[in-house]
Design a protein around this ligand. Structure first.
Ligand code: E4P
Length: 216
Protein backbone atom coordinates (compact mmCIF):
# COMPACT_ATOMS: atom_id res chain seq x y z
CA UNK A 1 0.00 0.00 0.00
CA UNK A 2 1.37 3.41 -0.99
CA UNK A 3 1.28 6.44 1.33
CA UNK A 4 0.25 9.87 0.08
CA UNK A 5 0.02 12.97 2.25
CA UNK A 6 -3.23 14.92 2.05
CA UNK A 7 -2.12 18.55 2.35
CA UNK A 8 -0.87 21.57 0.43
CA UNK A 9 1.45 22.56 3.29
CA UNK A 10 5.03 22.44 2.01
CA UNK A 11 6.59 21.98 5.47
CA UNK A 12 4.39 18.97 6.21
CA UNK A 13 5.12 17.50 2.78
CA UNK A 14 8.86 17.94 3.43
CA UNK A 15 8.52 16.34 6.89
CA UNK A 16 6.67 13.29 5.53
CA UNK A 17 9.13 13.04 2.62
CA UNK A 18 12.05 13.09 5.08
CA UNK A 19 10.62 9.95 6.72
CA UNK A 20 11.35 8.16 3.47
CA UNK A 21 7.89 6.60 3.19
CA UNK A 22 6.05 9.18 1.08
CA UNK A 23 4.79 8.09 -2.33
CA UNK A 24 2.68 11.06 -3.39
CA UNK A 25 0.49 14.04 -2.47
CA UNK A 26 -3.19 14.91 -2.77
CA UNK A 27 -4.53 18.44 -2.60
CA UNK A 28 -7.96 19.96 -2.99
CA UNK A 29 -9.23 23.56 -3.22
CA UNK A 30 -9.96 23.65 0.53
CA UNK A 31 -6.39 22.54 1.37
CA UNK A 32 -4.95 25.13 -1.05
CA UNK A 33 -7.13 27.87 0.49
CA UNK A 34 -5.94 26.83 3.96
CA UNK A 35 -2.38 27.69 2.87
CA UNK A 36 -3.54 31.16 1.76
CA UNK A 37 -2.57 30.57 -1.88
CA UNK A 38 -4.37 33.09 -4.10
CA UNK A 39 -4.39 33.74 -7.83
CA UNK A 40 -3.83 31.51 -10.86
CA UNK A 41 -0.04 31.90 -11.08
CA UNK A 42 0.52 31.31 -7.36
CA UNK A 43 -1.64 28.18 -7.47
CA UNK A 44 0.24 26.79 -10.48
CA UNK A 45 3.61 27.56 -8.88
CA UNK A 46 2.51 25.83 -5.67
CA UNK A 47 1.76 22.61 -7.55
CA UNK A 48 5.22 22.80 -9.16
CA UNK A 49 6.78 23.39 -5.71
CA UNK A 50 5.05 20.25 -4.41
CA UNK A 51 6.22 18.24 -7.42
CA UNK A 52 9.77 19.39 -6.75
CA UNK A 53 9.66 17.87 -3.24
CA UNK A 54 8.03 14.50 -3.91
CA UNK A 55 8.83 12.18 -6.78
CA UNK A 56 5.37 10.66 -7.09
CA UNK A 57 1.82 11.48 -8.15
CA UNK A 58 0.53 14.92 -7.08
CA UNK A 59 -3.23 15.38 -7.40
CA UNK A 60 -4.33 18.85 -8.52
CA UNK A 61 -8.09 19.45 -8.63
CA UNK A 62 -10.03 21.24 -11.37
CA UNK A 63 -12.52 23.93 -10.39
CA UNK A 64 -14.68 23.74 -13.52
CA UNK A 65 -17.78 21.57 -13.45
CA UNK A 66 -18.46 21.36 -17.20
CA UNK A 67 -16.71 18.97 -19.60
CA UNK A 68 -14.96 21.62 -21.72
CA UNK A 69 -13.79 23.56 -18.67
CA UNK A 70 -12.46 20.45 -16.91
CA UNK A 71 -10.56 19.35 -20.03
CA UNK A 72 -9.06 22.82 -20.59
CA UNK A 73 -8.07 23.16 -16.92
CA UNK A 74 -6.79 19.61 -16.64
CA UNK A 75 -4.61 20.01 -19.73
CA UNK A 76 -2.94 23.07 -18.17
CA UNK A 77 -2.44 21.26 -14.85
CA UNK A 78 -1.02 18.16 -16.52
CA UNK A 79 1.43 20.34 -18.50
CA UNK A 80 2.91 21.72 -15.25
CA UNK A 81 4.81 18.53 -14.38
CA UNK A 82 4.85 14.88 -15.42
CA UNK A 83 3.74 13.82 -11.91
CA UNK A 84 0.51 15.85 -11.90
CA UNK A 85 -2.66 13.78 -11.65
CA UNK A 86 -5.80 15.69 -12.65
CA UNK A 87 -8.40 15.44 -9.91
CA UNK A 88 -11.95 15.37 -11.26
CA UNK A 89 -15.20 15.37 -9.26
CA UNK A 90 -17.63 12.45 -9.51
CA UNK A 91 -20.28 14.20 -11.61
CA UNK A 92 -21.68 13.46 -15.07
CA UNK A 93 -19.33 15.80 -16.93
CA UNK A 94 -16.52 14.58 -14.69
CA UNK A 95 -16.99 11.04 -16.00
CA UNK A 96 -16.87 12.35 -19.58
CA UNK A 97 -13.70 14.30 -18.75
CA UNK A 98 -12.07 11.24 -17.11
CA UNK A 99 -12.75 9.26 -20.29
CA UNK A 100 -11.21 12.07 -22.37
CA UNK A 101 -8.10 12.19 -20.17
CA UNK A 102 -7.83 8.40 -20.21
CA UNK A 103 -8.01 8.39 -24.02
CA UNK A 104 -5.27 11.05 -24.06
CA UNK A 105 -2.97 9.25 -21.60
CA UNK A 106 -3.38 11.82 -18.80
CA UNK A 107 -3.69 10.42 -15.26
CA UNK A 108 -6.81 11.20 -13.24
CA UNK A 109 -8.04 10.89 -9.67
CA UNK A 110 -11.84 10.71 -9.44
CA UNK A 111 -12.71 12.52 -6.21
CA UNK A 112 -15.79 12.87 -3.97
CA UNK A 113 -16.68 9.18 -4.23
CA UNK A 114 -19.14 7.89 -1.64
CA UNK A 115 -20.59 4.70 -3.15
CA UNK A 116 -19.56 1.53 -4.96
CA UNK A 117 -21.70 2.53 -7.95
CA UNK A 118 -19.74 5.75 -8.34
CA UNK A 119 -16.48 3.79 -8.10
CA UNK A 120 -17.64 1.43 -10.88
CA UNK A 121 -18.43 4.39 -13.16
CA UNK A 122 -15.04 5.97 -12.47
CA UNK A 123 -13.27 2.71 -13.33
CA UNK A 124 -15.34 2.23 -16.50
CA UNK A 125 -14.36 5.75 -17.60
CA UNK A 126 -10.70 4.86 -17.10
CA UNK A 127 -9.81 6.78 -13.95
CA UNK A 128 -6.25 6.10 -12.79
CA UNK A 129 -7.33 6.39 -9.14
CA UNK A 130 -10.63 6.61 -7.32
CA UNK A 131 -10.96 8.46 -4.01
CA UNK A 132 -13.65 7.22 -1.61
CA UNK A 133 -13.90 9.68 1.32
CA UNK A 134 -14.00 7.33 4.28
CA UNK A 135 -13.86 9.90 7.10
CA UNK A 136 -16.83 11.82 5.73
CA UNK A 137 -18.75 8.53 5.38
CA UNK A 138 -18.00 7.69 9.03
CA UNK A 139 -19.20 11.21 9.94
CA UNK A 140 -22.56 10.29 8.34
CA UNK A 141 -22.94 7.15 10.47
CA UNK A 142 -21.88 4.75 7.70
CA UNK A 143 -18.74 2.62 7.57
CA UNK A 144 -16.11 4.14 5.28
CA UNK A 145 -13.72 1.19 5.51
CA UNK A 146 -16.57 -1.17 4.48
CA UNK A 147 -16.89 0.85 1.27
CA UNK A 148 -13.15 0.49 0.61
CA UNK A 149 -13.48 -3.29 1.01
CA UNK A 150 -16.49 -3.38 -1.31
CA UNK A 151 -14.73 -1.37 -4.03
CA UNK A 152 -11.56 -3.49 -3.74
CA UNK A 153 -13.67 -6.66 -4.11
CA UNK A 154 -15.51 -5.29 -7.14
CA UNK A 155 -12.35 -4.07 -8.87
CA UNK A 156 -10.68 -7.46 -8.27
CA UNK A 157 -13.74 -9.38 -9.51
CA UNK A 158 -14.04 -7.22 -12.63
CA UNK A 159 -10.34 -6.79 -13.36
CA UNK A 160 -10.53 -2.98 -13.26
CA UNK A 161 -7.10 -1.34 -13.27
CA UNK A 162 -8.19 1.80 -11.35
CA UNK A 163 -6.35 2.11 -8.04
CA UNK A 164 -8.34 2.50 -4.81
CA UNK A 165 -7.05 5.62 -3.04
CA UNK A 166 -8.64 5.78 0.42
CA UNK A 167 -9.15 9.49 1.19
CA UNK A 168 -10.53 11.57 4.05
CA UNK A 169 -8.45 9.54 6.48
CA UNK A 170 -8.80 10.81 10.03
CA UNK A 171 -6.90 8.35 12.24
CA UNK A 172 -4.01 5.88 12.25
CA UNK A 173 -6.60 3.10 12.67
CA UNK A 174 -8.16 4.16 9.34
CA UNK A 175 -4.78 3.47 7.71
CA UNK A 176 -4.52 0.02 9.30
CA UNK A 177 -8.10 -0.88 8.31
CA UNK A 178 -7.55 0.31 4.73
CA UNK A 179 -4.40 -1.83 4.51
CA UNK A 180 -6.44 -4.83 5.71
CA UNK A 181 -9.15 -4.07 3.16
CA UNK A 182 -6.64 -4.03 0.31
CA UNK A 183 -6.56 -0.33 -0.58
CA UNK A 184 -3.82 0.47 -3.09
CA UNK A 185 -3.11 3.88 -1.57
CA UNK A 186 -4.05 5.91 1.52
CA UNK A 187 -3.87 9.69 1.55
CA UNK A 188 -3.57 10.99 5.08
CA UNK A 189 -2.87 14.01 7.20
CA UNK A 190 0.67 13.99 8.66
CA UNK A 191 -0.78 13.38 12.13
CA UNK A 192 -2.31 10.05 11.05
CA UNK A 193 0.97 8.91 9.48
CA UNK A 194 3.07 9.80 12.53
CA UNK A 195 0.29 8.39 14.75
CA UNK A 196 1.25 4.95 13.44
CA UNK A 197 4.53 5.30 15.34
CA UNK A 198 2.93 5.55 18.72
CA UNK A 199 2.68 2.78 21.31
CA UNK A 200 3.18 3.25 25.05
CA UNK A 201 4.98 -0.11 25.35
CA UNK A 202 7.53 1.09 22.78
CA UNK A 203 8.20 4.19 24.91
CA UNK A 204 8.40 2.16 28.15
CA UNK A 205 10.59 -0.50 26.56
CA UNK A 206 12.98 2.05 25.07
CA UNK A 207 13.25 3.90 28.40
CA UNK A 208 14.18 0.62 30.13
CA UNK A 209 16.71 -0.34 27.43
CA UNK A 210 18.38 3.08 27.67
CA UNK A 211 18.46 2.84 31.49
CA UNK A 212 19.99 -0.64 31.40
CA UNK A 213 22.48 0.44 28.74
CA UNK A 214 23.99 2.84 31.27
CA UNK A 215 25.11 -0.15 33.38
CA UNK A 216 26.90 -1.84 30.49
C1 E4P B 1 -8.25 13.90 -0.78
O1 E4P B 1 -8.09 13.64 -1.93
C2 E4P B 1 -9.51 14.48 -0.25
O2 E4P B 1 -9.75 15.70 -0.87
C3 E4P B 1 -9.41 14.62 1.22
O3 E4P B 1 -8.88 13.42 1.75
C4 E4P B 1 -10.70 15.00 1.91
O4 E4P B 1 -10.49 14.92 3.29
P1 E4P B 1 -11.48 15.58 4.37
O5 E4P B 1 -12.76 14.83 4.37
O6 E4P B 1 -10.75 15.45 5.68
O7 E4P B 1 -11.64 17.03 3.94
Amino acid sequence: MRFFIDTANLDQIKEAHALGILDGVTTNPSLMAKEGIKGHDAIMQHYVDICNIVDGPVSAEVISTDFEGMVAEGKKLAALHENIVVKIPMIKDGIKAIKWFSDNSISTNCTLVFSAGQAILAAKAGATMVSPFIGRIDDSNWDGVELIQQIVNIYNAQGYMTEVLAASIRTPLHIVKCAEAGADIVTCPLSSITGLLKHPLTDLGLAQFLKDAQSL
